[in-house]
Design a protein around this ligand. Structure first.
Ligand code: UT7
Length: 325
């Protein structure tokens, strides 16, 4: 018996924001964004849509693929840095939207690594017989925390959601390994300073734009490459396999140059690394489930193949997991 992804779904809002459109909003160029990041366009949710709305779309697709009822879910775990509200959790809104009344529901805050952290929690829940069927989502409306006057950040991010449903089955499928890490000392390289209990929202914090994401991209870049390469190596080692056993690496989509550098450090050619950053930009916790869904849909991986998901983000946090589909 192993843990199988019995259903997977993703959702990207319809509205596309291109680099050319961004040229009219801030002092940037399509050429800069493309060469420095690999991003050509990103999706932006409607003003009326919250993160849970994106998550519910993805969740419904995963439930349909799994051919189960929402009532079969024992837990819903949402990884997000853009919750609908401080509380209730976004997972509780998803539970309500799905009518999944038998499911426990909670959010986890591990930024771009959140989906990998969520898979680790789901695996523990299932292996300890706490739950049988667990849904893990990465869902973000990053457009709601982006300072649209800050060219350092607004060109990088997008909105989207991805969901998987995990269950123990009588197949060869399994989560073979998980490796997680964090470094709170460097937390100020990527954060939102205002609006929490440290700097509660006031007119002053809003005037100073402290409720928007701040990032020191250049410093993060180097740490991201090292942390993602090390994490992927560890996940491969812990799974007792070699990199040649891995059909596809599915990395967090923050920057094409980060992904290429990670591939070089792993000694893996880029045709074994999944990329969709050009279409969606960085959707934080949602990048890896969206990418996994697309890789399956495009036939790049199928049942029995081993994939390695690897991510890095605010916290700082990082992690990787080897999964036999
Ligand atoms: O999701 C996980 C966490 N996030 C990451 O891991 C992100 C990691 N970092 C990165 O992806 C890259 O560092 C960035 C894409 C954010 C920036 O690329 P970079 O090559 O590191 O550029 P830089 O920050 O060193 O900036 C180079 C120049 C600066 O101008 P000066 O000071 O050299 O005159 C920036 O002001 O590029 C300028 N710049 C821009 N120019 C045009 C920054 N953003 C833009 C822009 N358009 N949008």
């Amino acid at each position: 018996m192993g843990i199988e992804i019995i259903g997977i779904g993703s959702y990207l809002p319809e509205k596309i924001l291109t680099n050319t459109e961004l040229e009219k909003m801030v002092d940037t160029t399509d050429e800069w964004i493309t060469t420095r990041t690999g991003i050509k366009e990103r999706r932006i949710a409607k003003d009326t849509e919250a993160t849970s709305d994106l998550a519910i779309h993805a969740a419904k697709r995963a439930i349909k693929k799994a051919n189960i009822s929402a009532l079969d879910l024992d837990a819903i775990i949402v990884a997000t840095i853009t919750p609908d509200m401080f509380f209730p959790s976004t997972a509780c809104f998803v539970q309500k939207g799905l009518g999944a009344k038998n499911a426990a529901a909670f959010d986890i805050a591990a930024a771009c690594s959140g989906f990998i952290y969520g898979l680790a929690i789901a695996k523990s829940f299932i292996n300890s017989d706490t739950c049988k069927t667990v849904m893990v989502l990465g869902a973000e409306k990053l457009s709601s925390i982006v300072d649209w006057t800050d060219r350092n950040i607004c060109v990088l991010l997008g909105d989207g959601a991805g969901a998987v449903i995990l269950k123990k089955t009588n197949s060869t499928s399994d989560i073979l390994s998980t490796y997680l890490g964090a470094d709170g000392n460097a937390g100020d390289l990527l954060y939102i300073p205002g609006g929490g209990s440290r700097n509660p929202a006031t007119h002053k914090t809003v005037d100073e734009r402290l409720h928007y994401m701040k990032m020191e991209g250049n410093k993060l870049f180097k740490i991201a490459v090292r942390a993602m390469a090390d994490s992927a190596k560890k996940a491969i080692e812990l799974a007792g396999i070699t990199r040649d056993d891995v059909k596809l690496i599915i990395p967090h989509q923050a920057n094409i140059r980060i992904v290429e550098a990670v591939a070089r450090q792993l000694g893996v050619p880029m045709d074994k690394v999944f990329l969709n950053i050009q279409k969606y930009g960085n959707t934080s916790s949602a990048t890896t489930p969206i990418a996994l869904e697309e890789a399956i849909y495009e036939g790049k991986v199928k049942k029995g193949d081993i994939v390695v998901l690897v991510a890095f983000g605010g916290g700082l946090t990082w992690g990787a997991t080897a999964i036999r589909l």
